[in-house]
Design a protein around this ligand. Sequence first.
Ligand code: AMP
Length: 575
Amino acid sequence: MTSDSADDGPTVGFDDLGLSAPLRDTLHDLGYEAPSPIQAATIPLLLEGRDVTGLAQTGTGKTAAFALPILDRLDPEQRTPQALVLAPTRELALQVCEAFERYANRLDSVTVLPVYGGQSYGVQLSALRRGVQIVVGTPGRVIDHLDRGTLDLSGLRFLVLDEADEMLTMGFAEDVETILARTPADKQVALFSATMPPAIRRLSQKYLDQPAEVTLRTETTTSANTRQRYLIVSYPQKVDALTRILEVEEFDGMIVFVRTKLETEAVAEKLRARGLSAAAINGDMPQAARERTVEQLRAGTLDILVATDVAARGLDVDRISHVVNYDIPTGTQAYVHRVGRTGRAGRSGEAISFVTPRERYLLKVIEKATRQPLERMDLPSAEDINDSRLARFDASITQALQSPEVGFFREVVGHYVREHDVPEADVAAALAVVLQGDSPLLLDPDADPRDHDRGPGGRRESLAMTPYRIAVGRRDRVDPRQIMGALANEGGLQRRDFGRIDIRSDHSVVELPADLTQETKERLKRTRIAGIPIRLTPTDHRPRDHRGRGPRTRPSDRPRSRDDRGSKRRKPRSR
Ligand code: AMP
């Protein structure tokens, strides 16, 4: 038995693993940047034909670690099942099927069939008769099919035991052994398990042929001056959770880690749409552009970097006070590296990891490997957010009191107080109303936090829009997202502030709210897109309607600002 450490050696890319071009292209399409440790270690072994036992849990990317080599080596001519994956639960079986289908996207007609109890035999039988290449099933139902003679495993070439320890815990030991015994002797076997109890070891010794053992030996020290917390959050709640955290945490610079390149752009854009200063860096960006972005972060002209592991490798910026694992990483090494981007130069740091309910397991793995429990945190409530908004409000008053302008305005206010005979506190309150404009200072604590991303309701559809001309067009290769991103960023606009966007050959027409302030207009005028000054000017030409293409037709994409939820202005609570 050999021992391979999944985290040793220089960084490998998907191009180094020996996978065929269509699979590599698919991984690129999916935005996967680099193999996870378990993938880097397992894929070459499985492609070589070795049996493998892998110690790995959900969330580490183990599904791709076995699915990719199997897909790579399928025989398109063979009509009987070539691969069988045994999984403990119906949910996992379905997930594995979906993963196979996702990774087979660029391959011709790969057929995958889930086989689990509770589903009618009819569907399974007709699919089996038509011929499937990959069967993913729970042990009980697979045995049923074997007993009925409806599943022909005589031509089986690959067998995977997924979450083997779970299968044994669930009482499938005998079924698994029966299936192993009733499959051809010369098949390749991969066994994945989160733990390696003696029963699994015995199974591996009996049914696997000199398996390579892949374990994740990792760098496990995280800085002692970094507080590490986690938040249980469902996937759709993540943007809202991040926005709330940004409101209540006192941060200087922040890195938000996501799993894919595509997601760096998507998350950065969502943050910008909420008026935050955020930019994406990923491995697809030219080195020079990446360095420029990091430089902005260092200089403080940018506060939030949304990054993949690869892009943030070795990043060393002292002012990073917070690391947020928007997606929990696929290995302890990545976790340790990410967390190490903060708490630098003797400063204290904060690391917050988002964990979806399915990924709790990974949290345990990280805690065990780093020998450090993570502290649970709750989603900041509306009250928490309101407290910090009020604190910021107070701070802005304290700061403004230092201004030399205060003397002048004291005269102006004094004049008003004398003329109208109202208390000074009322005048101050009235000025705050002017300052605050349309958006309430406080959140409505009764509003459902999950409404945040749901769109409609607070849209500006009914508000008057004005068409503006900007001096970039198709010849500059701009697209609506880029225009929205830039204008939102410069003008502090939200997605909902955009109407139609019509890209013409040498210019574009964009609908923006008719009530933009002069200051916003000035800032927008100075905006550049693709390096070109856009020279924003009002125009009489209404944009042509691009039904189905423009942002206007995608209301579900439009985040509402948190302020849309409580239309009634709340009185500040006494503090
Ligand atoms: P798994 O452990 O197989 O359940 O995978 C966990 C999640 O990670 C899934 O959502 C995969 O799509 C994703 N994933 C797997 N491999 C990679 C990778 N190399 N880069 C980014 N995401 C990945």
